[in-house]
Write a new protein. Structure first.
Length: 291
């Protein structure tokens, strides 16, 4: 590992000033950054540890029901909150796929997002649930962006040097909605998804699909929206045949590569199965018996 400086600011202002340095890297959990530095896949001249900034460990509910999740708050602490765990069980389950229990004591939602891995497990549902991030720029300007806009490619983001993600804002689930994320890995635990599918399904008061969000992992340079599959669902009543068709549509529009972990065709087959199963799980959560 290369030589580098380590800084441990206790305020956001100090962290922003440090992030303006050439080669600065934010350390939220470090579960991705440290191995990448060790293996030479990323470089840094200064590591800015965010864990000791109280504001970035904030976790509370706003009056409108939105959850405010600090960028340095660990997945373990997120899961220890009973109300959040009950309301966002699917998102929490996807976040708990990030490594071992020890890693989850460090890993963060913001870190999983900003690492910009196409296989990031928490990101498909973060996007589908319409989460927003707050960003402070090098000149101190606070802005907001949808999480879908952050990753632009493998290991690449829309953030510019000096930007610091401070908060993930997660709105409350819509009425009569359910979420599910499924992935396939060669091993049961501590592995990278060969393919994943995150689904949010909302029904109207007549049991018709009013909205559907499908985001896929590991089958494109960044988490991708399965737009055709979504359109196929909206306005229809849930059924096994409909969900099979939506899975096939998602498989047809994804853009996987072939590598040592799986061929492109294999990934497409996985997308079809995972999407169908995720949709069926959402229907089950909503009390729908599929014809």
């Amino acid at each position: 590992m290369q030589e580098l400086a380590y800084e441990r600011p206790t305020t956001i202002a100090k962290a922003v000033a440090l992030m303006a340095r050439d080669g600065a890297r934010a350390l939220a959990g470090g579960s991705d950054l440290i191995p990448q530095l060790r293996e030479g896949r990323r470089s840094a001249s200064v590591i800015v540890d965010l864990k000791h900034i109280p504001a970035l460990n904030d976790f509370r509910r706003e009056p409108d029901g939105t959850w405010r999740i600090g960028a340095a708050l660990s997945v373990a602490k997120l899961g220890a909150h009973a109300e959040f765990a009950r309301e966002h069980a699917a998102l929490l389950a996807s976040a708990r796929m990030i490594g071992s229990l020890q890693i989850q004591a460090r890993a963060t939602l913001a870190g999983n997002l900003c690492n910009a891995a196409p296989s990031a497990d928490a990101v498909p549902l973060l996007i589908a649930l319409e989460a927003i991030v707050e960003i402070i720029s090098a000149d101190g300007v606070l802005s907001r962006a949808g999480v879908e806009s952050i990753a632009t490619g493998p290991g690449q983001t829309s953030l510019v040097p000096g930007d610091l993600v401070t908060t993930v804002l997660l709105p409350p689930p819509e009425p009569r909605s359910a979420a599910c994320y499924l992935r396939f890995t060669p091993r049961r635990e501590m592995d990278i998804a060969i393919a994943g599918s995150g689904v949010v399904l909302r029904l109207d008061d007549k049991g018709v699909i009013a909205n559907a969000k499908i985001f896929l992992a590991s089958v494109a340079p960044k988490p991708m929206r399965a737009s055709t599959a979504q359109s196929l669902l909206i306005g229809q009543k849930p059924s096994a045949a409909l969900f099979t068709a939506a899975g096939a549509a998602a498989a047809a529009e994804c853009r996987p590569i072939s590598d040592t972990r799986g061929s492109a065709d294999y990934r497409r087959e996985l997308v079809a199965v995972l999407t169908r199963r995720a949709l069926a799980d959402c229907a089950r959560q909503l009390g729908v018996m599929l014809p």
